[in-house]
Structures are given as structure tokens and as C-alpha cells.
Design a protein around this ligand. Structure first.
Ligand SMILES: Cc1cc2nc3c(=O)[nH]c(=O)nc-3n(C[C@H](O)[C@H](O)[C@H](O)COP(=O)(O)OP(=O)(O)OC[C@H]3O[C@@H](n4cnc5c(N)ncnc54)[C@H](O)[C@@H]3O)c2cc1C
Length: 366
């Protein structure tokens, strides 16, 4: 049986970016990525809104977001055939002038070196005129934010990496506190190191591997894609209203919208709910009234996975010696993709991570 240096479980953005930087920065060649779906990005990484939003809740994540923006806006030669990031900016708004959340976001963003500044209502309306009846009062604008080609990005990270699709990991062979091999699709794959990058399924896999994994919480969120909307422009920045919670961006002559729902859910039970449409239209009535008649073409749901403290889970397992985690990327997996991959690859290879990894370390759960 061939023994790989590293077997990565999951060909979502976490697994793909980790494999890419192991190869690019540390010359690792014998990497195998196992994916249970029929193609890479079969989970949340292929079904999300693709918004790169650097204005986030914590400084460690804002730092990863900024670093990823820099990578995606100026990727290495031959990384991708077409640009993977369209930097058209993004707005974040609140409805009450006393709401301090924008101040908090501004402070966090500035500490992490993210370019963001307050703008007034007129500035937002100049960019997205359809919001003229929306009841927001103030906004932040982040000019280097934008929209990511999510499938193009996963494809670019995985170029030249061995990936087995339709290969669900169903068991681990372990000895003496170490994993020797994983079982997938009736075969065994041996490796020196195993990476769990299985999104919402990560905690269950960790348990199967003999670890005592931290509790991770998958939360369902819906996206709604509209038919063409008159006046919608591909130049619009994305629009994120904090109150009511709602976001949208331009997509293929229509809009991609989310009611920002978060229902805790076991990954096996994931299914979209038609209730998402009433949540969305309730929020649209206040958050973007001119869209109340927007025609819905289709909608779907996927899972965002959270650790208890809103940081990621990147690092060696606390129990199994050769098990490594890259997961719990919440709603920021695309935004932080390259920096997460760089951090994981550095920790695996004994290199120096590009930024402080301790906020994301599994050690915080021991
Ligand atoms: C509705 C929605 C909108 C979002 N919008 C954004 C956004 O605009 N910007 C942003 O930055 N982030 C966004 N996110 C978050 C982003 O999608 C996630 O953070 C990211 O995709 C997580 O990537 P991952 O690789 O950890 O997990 P996943 O993409 O879920 O990848 C895990 C992979 O592992 C595979 N797998 C699972 N179990 C096994 C097994 N046993 N064997 C083999 N393979 C297995 C799965 O099939 C899957 O392909 C959004 C999420 C949702 C749900």
C-alpha cells in the first residue's frame, strides 16, 4: 500500500488551501485529498455567497481576511485562468444612529490593517440606488472587499494535487495513539499525517478517529437567487444590513440574497426550508423595500460551522499525535481561505505561520 505524507479529508476550501500551501511553500508532493461528494467543493465551499468581507467580529479573523484579500487580488503567476476576486467593495449598514456595532467593526478592522471607512447614507445610495427607501442611517465602506469566484478558487488551489472524489472516509485504523490509515470507498490510505477539513462533518470524523474533539456547531443558512432585476448592476458593491439582518449582491443580472438565518442543525439533517422565503421578505420590507416584489428563481441552504469562541480550529489534535484540524471557518471560509491554508501548512511543516495561530489552536479546548 502506498503511504502518503498527508491525507486531507475534505476537498472544500479548507482542505484545498491547505494542500496548495503544503505543496507550494513546503514542497510536499505526496498529498491525497479525499472527498465524499461527486466533485470538490461539494459542501459549503461550493454553495456560498462568495463575498470577501474583511469587516468581521474579531481581530484574528480580520487579519486572516486582509491577508487573503492581498493574495487573491494579486495571486502568483499561473494560479488561475481568470481573476478569482472582483474587488467592487462592500457596504455594512445599521438602522439606528446609536447602534455601536459599526464603531466596533471599525476599530477591529483598523487594528488588523483593513481599509474601511464610515460613509453617509447618500454615498450608499449613489452606488446602489435601489436602496433609496431603506431605513439605514450610517454605513461602513470597505473598498478592497469584493466577490470571489468560489469554484475557480477551489479549482486553482487543487491544481496538480491528487484528489479522489466519491471517497467518503468511514473509518480510521489507529495504533498507539496514532492514525495509520483511513478507510474510504473500500480502500485503505496510509499516511504520516491526517488533516480533518470536513466542514460540518469534522467533529464526527474526529470522534471516529479516536480524538476527543471540541464541540462544533453547524448552523444552517439560506441563499436565494432571483430572476433578473431591472436596474441591477454588476458594479454594485455587496450590501450587508445589520438591522434587519440581510445581505445581497449582484449575480447574473439578478441578485443573490440571504436572510442571514442561523438554525443549529446536525449535518445529516440539512435540507432547505421554504420558511426562508418568508424570513427574507420580512427583512426586505424594512431593509430594502424596493425589492419586495423580487422574483425568486431558486433557493438552497448550507451549513456554517462554529467553535464556541468564534475563532477557527487550526492545529494539531490534543490527543491523536498525527491528526490535524482545519475547520470551523464559520461564515468566513472563502474570505480567509489562503491565509488559513498558509497557517495550516506552516504548522504542519514546522514553519512560521504568517500570523498568530494561537486564537485558532485546538489547545484552547484542552
Ligand atoms: C449560505 C452560506 C453563505 C456563505 N457565504 C460566505 C461568503 O459570502 N463568504 C465567505 O467567506 N464565507 C461564506 N460562507 C462560509 C463558507 O462557505 C465556509 O466557511 C466554507 O465553505 C467552509 O469550508 P470547509 O472547507 O471548512 O467546509 P466544506 O466546504 O463543507 O468542505 C468540507 C468537505 O468535506 C467533505 N466531507 C465531509 N465528510 C467527509 C468524509 N467523511 N469523507 C470525505 N469527505 C468528506 C464534504 O463533502 C465537503 O466537500 C457561507 C456559508 C453558507 C452556508
Amino acid at each position: 500500500m502506498k503511504k502518503y505524507d498527508v491525507v486531507v479529508i475534505g476537498a472544500g476550501i479548507a482542505g484545498a488551501a491547505t494542500a496548495y500551501f503544503l505543496k507550494k511553500n513546503y514542497g510536499a508532493h505526496d498529498i491525497l485529498v479525499l472527498e465524499k461528494g461527486p466533485a470538490p467543493a461539494s459542501g459549503a465551499s461550493g454553495q456560498n455567497a462568495g463575498i470577501l468581507r474583511q469587516v468581521v467580529e474579531t481581530i484574528p479573523i480580520a487579519g486572516l481576511a486582509r491577508r487573503t484579500m492581498e493574495f487573491l487580488s494579486s495571486p502568483p503567476d499561473r494560479f488561475c485562468e481568470t481573476p478569482v476576486l472582483d474587488q467592487k467593495g462592500g457596504f455594512l449598514t445599521v438602522r439606528d444612529g446609536r447602534d455601536r456595532r459599526l464603531d466596533d467593526f471599525l476599530r477591529i478592522s483598523m487594528s488588523a490593517g483593513v481599509r474601511v471607512y464610515p460613509v453617509d447614507r447618500m454615498e450608499v445610495l449613489k452606488s446602489i440606488p435601489i436602496l433609496d427607501e431603506a431605513r439605514f442611517v450610517s454605513a461602513l465602506y470597505s473598498p478592497t472587499d469584493g466577490v470571489i469566484d468560489i469554484n475557480g478558487l477551489v479549482r486553482s488551489f487543487l491544481r496538480g494535487i491528487e484528489v479522489r472524489i466519491s471517497s467518503e472516509v468511514t473509518g480510521f485504523r489507529c495504533s498507539d495513539g496514532k492514525i495509520e490509515a483511513v478507510c474510504a470507498g473500500g480502500e485503505e490510505f496510509a499516511a504520516g499525517l491526517f488533516v480533518i477539513a470536513a466542514g460540518a462533518f469534522s467533529e464526527g470524523l474526529g470522534r471516529l478517529a479516536g480524538s476527543d474533539p471540541p464541540a462544533l456547531e453547524p448552523r444552517r443558512r439560506h441563499l436565494v437567487f432571483s430572476s433578473p432585476v431591472e436596474g441591477a448592476s454588476p458594479d454594485w458593491p455587496y450590501y450587508w444590513s445589520m438591522d434587519p439582518q440581510l445581505y445581497f449582491r449582484y449575480e447574473s443580472s439578478g441578485l443573490l440574497l440571504s436572510p442571514c438565518d442561523e438554525t443549529c442543525m446536525k449535518p445529516e439533517s440539512l435540507a432547505p426550508s421554504s420558511e426562508a422565503l418568508s424570513w427574507l421578505f420580512d427583512r426586505i420590507r424594512m431593509g430594502a423595500p424596493k425589492l419586495v416584489d423580487i422574483p425568486v428563481k431558486r433557493y438552497w441552504a448550507e451549513l456554517r460551522t462554529f467553535a464556541f469562541d468564534n475563532n477557527f480550529l487550526i492545529g494539531f489534535d490534543n490527543k491523536m499525535k498525527n491528526l490535524f484540524w482545519v475547520t470551523a471557518l464559520q461564515g468566513h471560509g472563502m474570505t480567509c481561505s489562503s491565509a488559513v491554508g498558509e497557517m495550516a501548512a506552516a504548522l504542519i511543516s514546522g514553519g512560521i505561520p504568517p500570523m498568530d495561530h494561537r486564537p485558532h489552536s485546538p489547545a484552547r479546548f484542552s
